[in-house]
Design a protein around this ligand. Structure first.
Ligand code: BGC
Length: 815
């Protein structure tokens, strides 16, 4: 994708590349044609459990103004049938439509395990047919509980809920294959985390799989096509189970150790084999599997891992291994959550970062500086005597003496081994190791116990997060803005490890407010729709009977009464709404409509005279604390409109009218309670209060200019600095730019002294911080909407709400 350069009057140039915007292809360097076929947002996904998967494609053309006037989709049960243009599952026929995203499959009902091959033909605006796209595919998962013949197995449940750590269970099974295999589909749910091996090799490249859910409501299975990994003769499957979030034995401030789902790790696996002669067979987890423990002595996601290489068991994932001394696996009660397919962008090791500096702040203590704050883990390469233990502690701040200082982030996880991994050497030559069932947030690794002085390869950082493809990027001639953009993207990715989180070191919690603040910048930069779709299901799973949501999702019970309020909880509505705007996704709105209503009705009951006083408010403010009732009521208003719009999409005019009327009453009440007609101020005239009224569409039209003037004055009064927390920081740049004062927004965005984004960069930040002073986490994304402002107001590109999914594009430059 080649970026588009714009020169603006202010004298800065911008480069924008947005692959989510329909591509004219002229500058793409790619051959014209229909490309980028996706199903449920993913390329060739396996194991979908959506009855009517949605299909997307892109037209590339070297002719200006090319557009689609019609399409035809073929879906076939085999690649051969598709090749001969036979859509035995679905032939849409020629449909006169310009729709090229979110096209719902409308063919024969799809059965469990069904393989689907598909392609698209498109007619351009002149009615000329373009050549068929290349084929793409998807497969269906196990759609009915009865499709699972496998049992849940694992260690004995007798120690479930015990605080004593358990070494990671290793489970194995051998089986015979005596004829050619046509297709082998493997389904696995390993809780908390699994690592799957087949005939000595890891299956797939996912790590920390499956993503965390509310396990007592929903557990996720992952599908692999392992046809090419099977051999004629004997085969062996090996599985290692990590505790993940399923068995948190170490106590923390969020009570994950008290989660109702807590149990020892367990797994359900099913291998469906189809042979060349049409016969079928299954290999499933049951009591015939064998189990042992080995080198993984301890693993806790929020703490770290302990691994003793002397306890490795060579060859245990290969056929022919003697497991006669292993124990039979125990058949376990299933977890309470229902099995659902994990159709998301998987978590992967994304890249490796070499240290930019190695120092020795104290004798025997080495400090590796990666030069970049990341989420992931250290990878150790070492050789030395058996029994030597190397300890690696990860963090993001140094003490004055050059050693690691985790004091700002460690107190909420009750373990001295916070962000620390221990590796004991086997003594067998060069040993390379990285943890598997934990991850950390860090720039620095402090290493103790190395048998010899470190070399350039001793420690590298492996970056781990959800593997999103880029959707857009922003670059301009101002190096400060470019660095803020890069830091925002790092913070976003570091905080998306299966689910959006607040910080990768201290909590790793799915804080809802942080996620809603970052969703626009997220979707404008990365294709993460499938992961958001799944996470929004977790909200549904966490909703209390009265409609209340927690402030973190998932939760094991903590966080329903932390005063979070609508600014946090309404991530449940705001994220689907942003998916609708950015990606044209109606389904994520309409499928949660009942949940939206339940949630908003809870707040309607809580409100007094339409004012919601409950909430944390403008978190991490500079000086001025804006009353939470202003920001909470404003979100309540915004959410009522989203519920109304969703009702309209569903054709429920009466309900839409009800919520729209209620929204208007809230607006009136908001203005009569907080607006002072004499001064033109909201509340006590804080930046956040004024920007909130503008951004949320609450200020009366004929008063907007006075409110804007007051906001400009409040910014001048603060020396052209922000005086907001996380909520106001999102509103203010947008509110100023939408109301003709992009010049003031520019001053805030480029401010280099405290407080401001530029100040963090001046102080060496490579990610965004939790607070303006850097006293707590250095890797939060909740102030990251500035990078959406770059795209929407400097590059000037945003989806037009009248035709979501960039069907219509709004161009609007702030300066
Ligand atoms: C988290 C935040 C979150 C906040 C709200 C913090 O501990 O890290 O990002 O939004 O709590 O209370």
């Amino acid at each position: 994708m080649r970026p588009l350069h714009l020169f603006l009057t202010a004298g800065i140039w911008l480069a924008i590349a947005a692959s989510s915007i329909a591509s004219s292809g002229a500058s793409s360097g790619q051959a014209p044609g229909i490309t980028d076929l996706r199903c449920e947002y993913l390329h060739d996904p396996l194991g979908l459990d959506v009855a009517r998967p949605r299909l997307n494609w892109i037209i590339r053309s070297d002719r200006r103004g090319t557009s689609q006037s019609a399409y035809r989709i073929l879906v076939a049960s085999s690649a051969e049938l598709l090749q001969s243009d036979t859509g035995d599952l679905w032939d849409s026929g020629k449909i006169d439509s310009s729709q090229s995203i979110q096209v719902e499959y409308a063919g024969k009902p799809l059965a469990s395990g069904q393989a689907c091959s598909w392609k698209v033909e498109v007619w351009d605006e002149r009615g000329i047919a373009l050549p068929w796209s290349a084929p793409a595919s998807w497969t269906m998962g196990l759609l009915n509980p009865d499709d699972w013949a496998a049992k849940w197995i694992g260690p004995s449940p007798s120690s479930d809920k015990s605080d004593a750590p358990l070494a990671a269970p290793m489970l194995r099974k051998e089986f015979e294959i005596s004829q050619p295999v046509r297709r082998a589909m493997l389904y696995i749910c390993g809780l908390g985390y699994y690592e799957l091996h087949l005939n000595g090799a890891k299956v797939g490249d996912h790590v920390l799989d499956p993503p965390v859910t509310r396990y007592d409501k929903r557990v996720l299975y992952v599908t692999y096509d392992v046809t090419s990994q099977l051999a004629r003769g004997r085969n062996a499957i090996g599985i290692i189970l990590g505790n993940g979030w399923y068995d948190t034995t170490v106590s923390d401030a969020w009570d994950f150790d008290k989660a109702p789902w807590r149990a020892r790790p367990q797994v359900r696996l099913q291998l469906d084999l189809e042979f060349a002669d049409g016969s079928r067979r299954q290999v499933v987890t049951d009591s015939s599997w064998k189990m042992a423990t080995g080198p993984w002595l301890f693993d806790q996601t929020r703490v770290g891992e302990i691994y003793d290489a002397r306890k490795e068991i060579p060859g245990w994932t290969i056929a022919g291994f003697d497991d006669s001394r292993w124990q039979p696996a125990i058949v376990r009660e299933p977890p309470a959550g229902k099995l659902a397919a994990s159709n998301v962008e998987p978590i992967r090791v994304i890249q490796t970062i070499r240290p930019v500096k190695i120092s020795q702040p104290k004798p025997g203590i080495y400090l590796f500086d990666l030069g970049q704050n990341i989420a992931g883990w250290p990878r150790l390469t070492v050789s030395g005597p058996a029994g030597t233990t190397v300890s690696m502690r990860c963090g993001e701040v140094l003490a004055p003496d050059g050693t690691l200082d985790n004091s700002a982030i460690q107190s909420l996880v009750h373990s001295p081994d916070f962000q620390c991994d221990h590796y004991t050497l086997s003594g067998n030559g060069v040993e390379v190791w990285a943890p598997r069932f934990t991850y950390h947030g860090f720039q620095y690794v402090q290493v103790q116990g190395l048998p010899t002085a470190p070399g350039a390869d001793t420690i590298v950082g492996e970056v781990v997060h959800s593997a999103f493809e880029p959707a857009g990027e922003f670059e301009c001639s101002d190096p400060l803005l470019n660095r803020i953009e890069i830091a925002s993207k790092w913070s976003y990715l570091n905080n998306f490890v299966g689910i959006p989180t607040d910080c990768p070191q201290r909590e790793k919690n799915g804080w809802t407010g942080d996620a809603q603040l970052a969703v626009a910048m997220g979707l404008e930069h990365f294709k993460g729709e499938a992961s958001y779709t799944q996470w929004i299901d977790t909200f549904q799973d966490c909703m209390r009977a009265d409609g209340k949501l927690p402030c973190i999702a998932p939760t094991g019970g903590w966080g329903y009464d932390v005063l979070d309020g609508p600014a946090w909880e309404s991530a449940y509505l705001l994220i689907p709404w942003e998916m609708y705007r950015q990606s044209g996704d109606r389904r994520i709105l309409t499928s949660h409509y009942d949940g939206f209503k339940k949630w908003i009705d809870f707040y309607t009951r809580l409100a007094k005279d339409h004012i919601v006083s409950y909430g944390l408010g403008d978190w991490e403010p500079v000086k001025t604390k804006t009353p939470a009732e202003i920001t909470s009521t404003a979100y309540y208003y915004r959410d009522l409109l989203i519920v109304a719009e969703t009702a309209e999409l569903l054709g429920r005019a009466q309900e839409a009218g009800h919520y729209r009327d209620l929204a208007q009453q809230v607006r009136q009440s908001f203005n009569s309670t907080f607006f002072d007609p004499k001064t033109g101020n909201y509340g006590d005239g804080s930046q956040t209060a004024l920007a909130c009224a503008l951004y949320q569409g609450l200020a009366p039209d004929d008063e907007r200019s006075r409110v804007v003037e007051n906001l400009v004055h409040a910014v001048h009064h603060a020396g052209n600095h922000l005086d907001t927390g996380i909520l106001g920081a999102k509103y203010i740049l947008r509110a100023l730019s939408d109301n003709g004062r992009g010049d003031i927004a520019w001053k805030l965005a480029t401010q280099r002294t405290r407080p401001g984004w530029g100040n963090w960069i001046e102080r060496g930040a490579t990610t965004l911080w939790e607070d303006w002073d850097g006293k707590s986490s250095r890797n939060h994304v909740m102030f990251g909407d500035i990078s959406a402002w770059f795209i929407e107001y400097l590059a000037g590109i945003s989806p037009d709400d009248s035709a979501p999914g960039y069907k219509k594009i709004r161009f609007c430059w702030a300066i």
